[in-house]
Design a protein around this ligand. Structure first.
Ligand code: GTP
Length: 268
């Protein structure tokens, strides 16, 4: 029998896995599929957390849900805001509730990994001071790995795939966390589109050259330069393709997470 969680004890959790990515990239779906896989195939003790106050339906049963403090719907109603304004207000509220949130047993209990789902509105966690502060607080508790999800269905338009991929660099420079980039929804891709995704993962510079030729001009040159930065700070061994729908790539993703954890373990 697995040990029972120890509420209030900062023991047991190995690592926070924060799932981020643009709207609809598949964060919640990946949290659901990967957590199921890690529980069933590896027998890990997991806590799953929803920090998206705008979520309506979740494909998993969270151990902690930010919606018990506030939801985007309530904020819109109470403050007379539209959805984007409500997310900015939600960032402020996140700052106010931060201490309470991270003391919840879902964060502090005896777990191997704590998986955290965040909103597609990247502002709340990635581009607002309260969100960055929240991630820093997590890091003070245990190592944090950011799993940045790119919507693979963008392979139909390589420029958009490239832009979304490069966004992970900006996040990385902002939050100073280790990042694994995951290209999701590969079940939707043709063989040719899969080749495009593989090229992006295995050889981002070659990929950027292809896109740059297509885009041309200064924008093309910029993409080439950015691809070099990507290769330097976000090496291709830290990227892979998955499907949250079919479960393809879950083992590879877990292996990558485990590898990062082990390298963190060596440092701490
Ligand atoms: P937000 O929190 O609203 O930004 O969304 P999200 O990033 O959490 O994405 P979510 O998991 O809600 O998925 C968005 C849509 O993509 C849903 O309709 C999912 O069923 C679909 N989806 C997610 N992952 C996959 C996948 O691997 N393959 C396919 N075909 N669809 C997927």
């Amino acid at each position: 029998e697995l040990p029972k969680p120890l509420p209030g004890a900062f023991r047991g959790e190995k690592m926070f896995l924060v799932f981020a990515g643009t709207a609809g990239s598949g964060k919640s779906s990946l949290v659901a599929t990967l957590s199921k896989w890690m529980k069933e195939e590896v027998g890990l003790r997991l806590s799953v957390i929803n920090l998206d106050p705008g979520a309506e339906v979740l494909p998993y049963e969270p151990n902690f849900d930010i919606r018990k403090f506030f939801t985007i719907r309530d904020i819109m109603r109470r403050y007379g805001l539209g959805p984007n304004g409500a997310f900015l207000k939600a960032a402020e509220l996140l700052g106010e509730y931060e201490r309470k949130i991270v003391r919840d047993p879902a964060f502090t209990g005896f777990y191997d990994y704590v998986l955290i789902d965040t909103p597609g509105q990247l502002e709340m966690f990635m581009f607002r001071p309260e969100g960055t502060k929240f991630l820093k607080r997590l890091e003070m508790m245990k190592p944090v790995l950011l799993i940045y999800i790119v919507d693979g269905s963008l392979a139909k338009s390589p420029e958009d795939l490239m832009t979304s991929y490069l966004l992970s660099l900006i996040l990385q420079s902002k939050v100073e966390l280790q990042v694994v980039t995951v290209i999701n929804k590969i079940d939707l891709l043709s063989d040719q589109e899969l080749d495009v995704v593989r090229m992006l993962i295995e050889n981002p510079e070659e990929f950027a050259k292809m896109v740059a030729d297509k885009v041309g001009g200064i924008a093309g040159d910029m993409l080439l330069d950015l691809a070099q930065v990507a290769e330097k700070y976000s090496p291709s061994e830290r990227a892979l393709a998955v499907s949250a729908k079919t479960g393809e790539g879950m083992k590879e993703l877990y292996d990558l997470i485990h590898e990062v954890y082990c390298s963190c373990g060596d440092l701490t």
